[in-house]
Design a protein around this ligand. Structure first.
Ligand code: OGA
Ligand code: NI
Length: 301
């Protein structure tokens, strides 16, 4: 429990076991210039021009492995209510958080932990607290969710339903773009499970020396990320880090390794990381859409 960065970090300098070796530090690349290159796709245009939306998604998925979606049908109010709920959760008292704290390895179905998945065997930790729990199918998931804040289940429940629906819409568009039969990716096994992952990066005394999340590819089918209004997400493109700037009420979508494999490398899962911020806490929430554990993966195109 004392491992949670949010519990001990206030007014402290950066401990040595958070300082990454020079090759992994963001250094001067904490603040990379704003990039408007990661495509922003307006999903409301799908109705009139489905082919065009599909082309945009496929192009972005080939080139960046990332895109943002706007006018996606999830209401601004629901998004804001959720962001407040996630902030409230990570801002709870040490006592309340202690009741949720659980190492990732434990047998529980919901974890509140710090850094990456293997805290005890890491030499250097990431500047992040994280809550993970299943969020699809909802009926089998909700019993594992925090009961504090008191409205967490209600508010996050509605959000999970809407965002998982949006995930199916995007997967269907990708499916059509790849020339696969309708429903191939939305098949109940390939996208039959989803994990909610709520990141919290408290203000950090020296963002140039540490990271909120080390560079990685997501190991799932697709990820739908809400990143609030504080920047921090960076994508590795042509040997450089580029920032994904927060757009109000947009979702960041990125492709996971499973989709790269199924598409026989036509679409890409691209490395990304999260940098920290010296002034503001940053909260982001990813929904990882994931095949169920009994699905068999094969090349589809
Ligand atoms: C992740 C991730 C980025 C962020 O949770 O896999 O890449 O901005 N998060 O928090
Ligand atoms: Ni990721």
């Amino acid at each position: 429990m004392d491992k949670l960065v949010s519990i001990w970090s206030k007014d402290q300098s950066l401990p040595e076991n958070y300082i990454f070796p020079p090759e992994n530090r963001p250094g001067k690349f904490v603040d990379v210039p704003p990039s408007d290159t990661i495509p922003v796709i307006d999903l409301s245009k799908t109705v009139d021009n489905r082919t065009d939306t599909i082309q945009q998604i496929l192009q972005a998925s080939k080139e960046f492995g990332f895109f943002q979606v706007i006018n996606h049908g999830v209401s601004e109010k629901l998004i804001n209510d959720n962001m407040s709920m996630f902030e409230e959760l990570h801002g709870m008292s040490a006592e309340d958080k202690a009741s949720l704290f659980s190492e990732y390895e434990s047998k529980s179905c919901s974890w509140l932990f710090s850094s990456a998945l293997i805290y005890d065997s890491e030499e250097i930790h990431c500047w992040r607290d994280n809550l993970k729990h299943p969020c699809y199918p909802l009926q089998e998931s909700m019993q594992h969710w925090p009961q504090k804040p008191t409205r967490y289940r209600e508010v996050v429940g509605k959000y999970s339903v809407e965002v998982n629906k949006l995930g199916s819409v995007i997967l269907e568009l990708i499916c059509e773009g790849l020339g696969l039969e309708s429903g191939y990716l939305g098949d109940y096994k390939l996208s039959g499970s989803a994990l909610m992952s709520v990141n919290h990066y408290p203000p950090c005394p020296d963002p140039s020396l540490t990271l909120g999340l080390l560079k990685h590819c997501d190991p799932n089918l697709i990820t739908i990320l809400l990143q609030g209004d504080v920047s921090g997400l960076q994508v590795f493109k042509d040997g450089q880090w580029i920032a994904v700037h927060p757009l109000p009420s947009a979702f960041v979508v990125n492709l996971g390794l499973v989709l790269q494999i199924i598409s026989n490398d036509k679409l890409r899962s691209v490395e990304h990381r999260a940098v920290t911020n010296s002034k503001k806490a940053r909260t982001s929430a990813a929904i990882f859409i994931t095949p169920t554990s009994d699905s068999i993966l094969e090349l589809a195109c």
